[in-house]
Design a protein around this ligand. Structure first.
Ligand code: MG
Length: 386
């Protein structure tokens, strides 16, 4: 028996934003990453490999930016109403070979817990459709000019997404839908005579709608950040005829350092420290000395690349500290400008960057003035594995 093919259909076609922020909410970032990207990653983490995204007219560029690191198939153009977008997505999945099961999800619900996905898929063993629901805890009442009658809430639930369906059943239901606005796919399924099972939902699935929802989502992500530190070390030899680059600054000196790039030991040690903190290998893995592209390259490229890798993990650099080891040049006059330059490259405050210098009392290769060494340490916070 072959494994059943489960596809997630993420609806990201909305254009409005009650939350403000100038962008449709699914393309706004939380924790440095688009809401849509969080939604896709949580689906994958829950075991759904195949994800199709439906976008609105004119959202191609927003999608490309939001999904740059997600390796998704091309987005499906949506329609004017949510149900039209879902229908377009289902038809695209059908045209692409179909599926056995589909999870239809809103991009504005970025934090799908694995347990909810497991409950939904298990329910599909017995039922053609299943949705996550939560009880209503607040008192509900009608309101006109003044507060009206309370509404009995015991029998009410809040319906969330993803909503799970056997693919053929929901595709047929959408094709048979007579028109009119449907607020979700369970409604369309029920109209086609499909019984919709319920499983317990989760507050983590609440839709991001208002500005305060985004603040809460940022806090939720911040609680999941873990602190990591990384260490870096680099040495380059002095050579005549080279410029001396340290910490992204050209330092006036009779001799410079030799190397494949600009041989900036400060930025090389820093790059390795940051890469080390996120377990992303070392500078040679990302910028092989054998690659002619990096001949004479400004090392700011390397350290900015490392910063972007941290950001791609939903993380941030908190602090870096560097020790330069050499007898000459005298570094005291350059430390403040170097801190400012490194802070700019890493988008840190001046206070979050430390640059120190020491000698080795004329001992060893640095003591003999043959080269410069640098040590660096970086403290970062990244999102723990989803
Ligand atoms: Mg180096």
């Amino acid at each position: 028996m072959t494994a059943r093919r489960t596809v997630a259909l993420v609806v990201a076609a909305g254009s409005g934003s009650r939350a403000g922020g100038g962008l449709p909410k699914q393309y706004r970032t939380i924790g440095g990453k688009a809401v849509l990207a969080h939604a896709v990653e949580h689906l994958r983490c829950a075991g759904v490999e195949h994800v199709r995204v439906v976008i609105g007219a004119g959202q191609e560029t927003l999608f490309q930016t939001a999904a740059a690191d997600l390796a998704l198939p091309p987005p499906v153009p949506g329609g004017t109403e949510r149900q039209h977008s879902v229908r377009a997505g289902l038809e695209a999945i059908a045209a692409g070979g179909g599926a056995d099961r589909v999870l239809i999800h809103d991009a504005a619900r970025p934090f799908l817990p694995r347990a909810v996905a497991a409950r939904l898929l298990a329910a599909l063993d017995e039922h053609q459709a299943a949705v996550p629901v939560l009880g209503v805890v607040d008192t509900l009442a009608r309101a006109e000019a003044a507060l009206g009658d309370a509404i009995e809430r015991q029998s009410l639930v809040r319906v969330q997404t993803p909503q799970a369906f056997r693919f053929a059943a929901i595709l047929a239901a959408h094709r048979a839908w007579p028109g009119g606005i449907a607020t979700d796919d369970a409604q369309i399924a029920r109209a086609a005579g499909i019984e919709v099972a319920t499983v317990p939902g989760d507050a983590a699935l609440d839709k991001l709608t208002f500005e305060e929802d985004f603040a809460r989502a940022e806090e939720r992500l911040a609680r999941r950040l873990v602190t990591r530190t990384g260490i870096g070390f680099d040495v380059h030899a002095f050579a005549v005829g080279e410029a001396l680059w340290l910490g992204g600054l050209r330092i006036p000196h009779g001799r410079g350092l030799s190397g494949h790039s600009d041989a900036d030991v400060v930025l090389h040690a820093l790059t390795d420290a940051i890469l080390g903190a996120i377990g992303a290998g070392d500078i040679g893995d990302h910028f092989p000395p054998s690659d002619p592209r990096w001949r004479g390259a400004a090392s700011s490229t390397f350290v900015e690349h490392a910063r972007r890798l941290v950001e791609a993990r939903g993380g941030r650099i908190d602090h870096v500290d560097v020790t330069l080891i050499c007898e000459a040049p005298r570094l005291a006059p350059h430390r403040q400008p170097m801190r400012e330059r490194v802070a700019a490259l890493l988008r840190l405050s001046f206070e979050a960057v430390s640059i120190k210098a020491t000698t080795t009392e004329r001992l060893g290769f640095t003591g003999r003035g043959e080269g410069i060494a640098a040590q660096a340490i970086a403290t970062v916070r990244i999102l723990e594995d989803l």
